[in-house]
Design a protein around this ligand. Structure first.
Ligand code: AMP
Length: 213
């Protein structure tokens, strides 16, 4: 069974949710760069201070910082049996750096139109511990409150229209071509329609990866 998986998909495709699901089902950690950066910003760590303005404006954090962060993370013991990547690699430099560290078993691509992505992102909410919700597709039990830790839910600072458009543009220009790079190097690429409800997409992900629900 594949256990080194990378998720691709535009903002709003449910990539974070599906990557979490795969990580639990496979009992391997999820390594999600966006949440790591947001945590670093909240903690005002050195990485957070350096990354903050890029993230706020919907731009990519420089490769040097991002690659170093992932390189360190992939040296930890808990990734020995596999891991799920969410949000990395996003550029060809990141792809090359990852390839030097390890090969991946499968790439899961969640496909969604830009129109749908923009409309979905308007409803995204999250708590300070990065538990994610959507007002329509994954609402919390109590309005505005996280089900898990009861913290208030907020809108991500970069989920504003201009930043959303910028991030989608970067996704198509810089990140999407990497899928082909994986394919030509022999990594299995699984393409899944991300338009159906979360549970349906989850079933497709599970079937494709051979994991039970
Ligand atoms: P995400 O939560 O995956 O949408 O990421 C939020 C933001 O974090 C992105 O818009 C980027 O500014 C930054 N970020 C996340 N992953 C990367 C990456 N692999 N390379 C550069 N910047 C990243």
């Amino acid at each position: 069974m594949a256990s080194r998986i990378v998720f691709f998909g535009p903002q709003g495709s449910g990539k974070g949710t599906q990557a979490e699901f795969a990580s639990h089902a496979l009992r391997v950690p999820v390594i999600a760069t966006g949440p790591i950066f947001r945590k670093s910003i909240a903690e005002k760590s050195e990485l957070g201070v350096l990354a903050a303005s890029y993230i706020q404006h919907g731009r990519l954090v420089p490769d040097s910082l991002t690659i170093e962060m992932i390189r360190k993370r992939l040296q930890e013991q808990d990734v020995n049996n596999g891991f799920v990547l969410d949000g990395f690699p996003r550029t060809s430099a990141q792809f090359n750096a990852l390839w030097e560290i390890t090969t991946m078993d499968a790439v899961v691509v969640l496909e969604l139109s830009d129109e749908e992505a923009v409309s979905r992102m308007g409803g995204r909410r999250l708590c300070a511990n990065n538990h994610q919700y959507h007002l329509t597709y994954k609402p919390p039990t109590q309005e505005g409150i996280c089900d898990v830790d009861h913290l208030p839910l907020t809108i991500r600072e970069d989920d504003v229209e201009t930043s959303i458009r910028e991030r989608l543009e970067i996704y198509h220009r810089e990140t999407e071509p990497l899928i082909e790079q994986f394919r030509v190097r022999g990594t299995r690429v699984i393409v899944i329609d991300a338009k159906p409800p979360i549970v349906e997409v989850r079933k497709s992900v599970a079937t494709a990866l051979g994991i039970s629900l």
